[in-house]
Design a protein. Structure first.
Length: 337
């Protein structure tokens, strides 16, 4: 059996996948705002690499109007617009051949209906891209994991062990499937996702991300009144006591800044950690507050040589996510000699 592994997000990309938002019932009156923010994210990423926006049938022209000529639009059946979670997770073998792992999707524990098209959209994407499909019966969202491309995966107990995902699988069974499908050798379990992250039940992409082998960027709110002040310190303590698959201790980069915005009368947190690493760049959600620049500087220092770009993400945060949640990388095929 061919051995595949999931490459790190900073590895070379062929492009980025996104999904166009269309459902008014899911966006509670902010659909126009969220379309503008999705389009802004797409254009920001397109400055670094090709972007393909997948729109539900009949909505392609709307996506083209908002995104402009720099973004390719295709129409495929889907329910929602969070491709970090419903699109395939791409893997490579030792020869550089690509495949897409098609995990099951149940709308974060059946929180939204319908979700059957999102459960099947990975297969449609892989068929469109002519990339082999690897099926898994485990429910998994891409936002629940971060990998270093060298055998280490970080996730949260709050999400992956939640009974609304895979009630018939214990920790060992989940680890076995992650090792088998994503080619990882070691799983580091953090206890917590964000307390306010009730939509995803605590995805790891709101609390930490690999920046390089052995190097992890973590959310560490400096305000003791923040609901995650103690929780993120507990996560950091786990990382301090852990090693990666190669036996290295983690270099930890703290992001102490936090930001909140008011959307439709509701205060939401705009998570700086929910950024996307593109070819030569990092696209970061921002809230239009003074601490944005401080957070961007910390992230830029963690990714030397990459241009860091902030993009307003108020409405996206209102929907429960950030820039990382709405993007999915397609790894490039390594050049042959």
């Amino acid at each position: 059996m061919t051995a595949f592994r999931m490459p790190a997000e900073w590895s070379a990309h062929e492009g980025t996948l996104m999904a166009w938002p269309v459902r008014e019932d899911l966006w509670a009156g902010v659909l126009d705002d969220v379309k503008e923010e999705y389009a802004n994210v797409a254009r920001a990423v397109a400055a670094f690499e090709p972007v393909t926006m997948v729109a539900p049938p009949g909505h392609g022209d709307d996506a083209r109007k908002h995104c402009g000529d720099g973004v390719t639009v295709v129409e495929l059946a889907q329910d929602d617009s969070w491709f970090r979670d419903s699109a395939p997770l791409f893997v490579l073998d030792a020869a550089g051949n690509r495949a897409g792992v098609d995990f099951r999707f149940n709308a974060w524990g059946r929180k939204h209906h319908p979700y059957d098209s999102d459960d099947h959209v990975s297969a449609l994407i892989l068929e469109h891209l002519d990339i082999d499909r690897i099926a898994s019966d485990m429910i998994l969202e891409g936002g629940a994991v971060t990998v270093d491309g060298e055998g280490t995966l970080i996730t949260t107990e709050q999400c992956l062990l939640h009974p609304n995902r895979n009630p018939g699988m214990d920790r060992d069974a989940i680890e076995t499937e992650l090792r088998s499908r994503l080619g990882v050798e070691k799983v580091v379990w953090l206890p917590y996702g964000g307390l306010l992250d009730t939509e995803t039940d605590g995805h790891v992409d709101g609390v930490c991300a690999f920046a390089a082998p052995g190097k992890v960027v973590v959310s560490l709110p400096d305000d003791p009144a923040h609901p995650d002040y103690a929780r993120m310190r507990a996560n950091r303590a786990v990382l301090e006591a852990s090693t990666d698959a190669r036996g290295r201790s983690f270099e930890i980069v703290d992001v102490p800044q936090t930001a909140f915005a008011e959307v439709a009368g509701t205060e939401v947190e705009v998570s700086y950690l929910n950024y996307y690493v593109a070819n030569g760049g990092v696209v970061v959600p921002v809230a239009g507050v003074p601490q944005d620049e401080e957070a961007l500087a910390v992230i830029a220092a963690a990714y030397p040589g990459r241009e860091v770009v902030g993009v307003r993400a108020h409405a996206i945060a209102y929907g429960g996510g950030g820039v990382h949640c709405i993007t999915q990388q397609i790894p490039g095929v390594p050049a042959t000699a």
